[in-house]
Design a protein around this ligand. Sequence first.
Ligand code: SF4
Length: 420
Amino acid sequence: MGALFRGGFSLVARPEEAEIIIVNTCAFIRPAVEEAIEEILELARYKEKNCRILAVTGCLPKRYGRPLKQALPEVDLFVGPGDIHHLVPYLKKLQRGEKVPFCLSQPRNLMRHEDRVLPPSGPVAYLKIAEGCSNFCSYCLIPRLRGRKRSRPPEDIRQEAEKLAYSGVKEIVLVAQDTTVYGTDLPGHPTLEGLLQDLCTIESVSWIRLLYAHPAHIRESLIEVMADNKKICSYLDLPIQHINDDLLKAMNRGYRRRDVEKIIAAIRDAIPDMALRTTVMVGFPGETEKRFEELLSFLEEIRFDHLGVFPFYAEEGTRAARMTSSRVSRRIKDERIHLITEMQAAISRELNERQIGTRQEILIEGLTESSDFPYRGRTRRQAPDIDGITYVKGEGLEVGGIVEGFIIAADTYDLFAQIE
Ligand code: SF4
């Protein structure tokens, strides 16, 4: 977006008004690929009307390369994630009727604060602190698609955070493929701890949240910084994927069950009210009934506040896709997802009900259509988009404001609060 704006292009609200349509794609698992292709075909219909150029950027061209050109002849320009700097010059070439190459090289680029051109539409914004990943989990295509880990310089992140604060953002959510290894590739090795402390000094930012904390890289100093800074939400997203040691090894996750147990104990010891989120994968090759039971009973014992469960996809080009023995059928994967979801729903409801009667800060994010609870917001224990929300009633509340309210009711995923 930054490159396009600097190149003199502007945005329109609807595809039928656009002369150029750009589909930015995700392609790390099959459903994402299917969604991207559907969207491209859907938007290609506008070429019969106003649109002159259809471009596809992101991981789909990176994953499938030149054969995609034959498969999608409606597309005029493909630009992989490493070549985004070519997007504007090639669009201009196409506008002049000149030919352009298929654009694909190793991703090395990194976003800069000036690339963010549109203010966020609400009081919360994601801030990407690094790009790529060097962990090479055996089931994951991301290192191949997005390249190795590259951290953004702390001063550049700070500038973007200040810009967000200036536009009214109250909550900044730090993301990366693995946030916990931030900075190790930069000169002077700045740390995530230092970055968090620095961002806490931006006055008008009230909450800072950390997502995608790889369990192999959580350390005491990070937990200490989280415990010592009130602006950092007591919330941690710790994607464990599984808990059986043999599967963790086959996944190349770099930790064992006892490491996860130690980390969770240390976190809960230092920050007793910490809300923990995790993601688990079912149906990885070799996930026998016994190994699945181990995961299920671990989740029951730990009682994560929030949990996402996904089936294993054998993505071509990954090591796990070549693990052809002891594959798990789709039916069994679905059954396992169902078992985990059912169990987690009961845990989530119970943990939510325990919050009734507590007083909590709530970030008001918008309005609802209900006259009983006319506002919707989130507590510090709820991350945007992935966790539940808090429905709020009270007088004269402002969207974008943070208020203190009493939790008066709860259901499986959402809370209900009253502001006095
Ligand atoms: S840490 Fe995440 S992004 Fe990196 S290889 Fe593993 S699953 Fe993929």
